[in-house]
Design a protein around this ligand. Structure first.
Ligand SMILES: NC(=O)c1ccc[n+]([C@@H]2O[C@H](COP(=O)([O-])OP(=O)(O)OC[C@H]3O[C@@H](n4cnc5c(N)ncnc54)[C@H](OP(=O)(O)O)[C@@H]3O)[C@@H](O)[C@H]2O)c1
Length: 179
């Protein structure tokens, strides 16, 4: 199982790598889902209480996928949002995704993993977002590697990952090739 990383800042849709694609088009964040043969497959999704996660969860449900929604704590707002698809949705609670056994057994039977949960930087204290972002991702990937039914894993990153924590360098130009 090869982890797949999609950059939301990308200006074009990724080329059919997944039934769900997240990309930027004409300044808008676009989430597309294939329907048809994929109907009924099970997606494990984190971050569904967030901006991108909630739109992605809805798009996947509309396309006919089943969702196992992983939340830190039960969210009435999210449950209301997904109410009309409640037969396709199950919830699991993982209070701390940095714990080594956080996802143990939670991915069983899953076809796709969408890991969209990550703290957005709201300060300059690295540990507030680096630890959950990195540890949460590696813990999830280790568990996904154990589960044979998983075909793809999507992890959101950001153009912000390329920008130094202290801000843009003098002149505002970032050098180097991100991918
Ligand atoms: N928004 C954009 O335009 C944009 C652009 C490029 C990349 N991205 C990336 O896409 C991802 C999601 O962004 P978003 O805009 O949807 O963010 P968001 O609205 O702030 O949502 C963040 C999600 O991550 C969860 N989360 C935050 N901190 C967490 C932690 N320590 N442990 C577990 N879950 C945590 C939140 O859960 P709770 O509800 O429990 O807090 C929420 O579901 C991020 O990786 C971001 O960098 C976003």
């Amino acid at each position: 199982m090869t982890p797949l990383i999609i950059n939301i800042g990308a200006r074009h849709p990724p080329s059919h790598i997944l039934p769900i694609n997240i990309y930027r088009s004409r300044g808008y964040l676009t989430i597309t889902c294939q329907t048809g043969t994929m109907t009924g497959e099970l997606i494990f999704i984190t971050g569904a209480t967030g901006f991108i996660g909630s739109a992605t969860a809805l798009a996947a449900l509309k396309a006919g996928y089943r969702l196992r929604v992983c939340v830190r704590k039960p969210s009435e707002k999210l449950q209301t949002l997904l109410l009309q698809y409640s037969q396709q949705v199950e919830y699991v609670t993982v209070p701390d995704l940095t714990e080594e056994a956080a996802f143990h057994g939670k991915l069983d039977g899953v076809d796709y993993v969408l890991h969209l949960a990550s703290p957005l930087p709201r300060g300059t204290d690295k540990k507030d977002y680096f630890i959950p972002a990195v540890k949460g991702t590696t813990t999830l990937l280790k568990e996904a590697d154990r589960v044979a039914s998983i075909k793809k894993v999507v992890i959101t990153s950001s153009m912000a990952a390329l920008i130094p924590i202290t801000g843009l360098p003098k002149g505002g130009v970032l050098k180097g090739r991100p991918f």
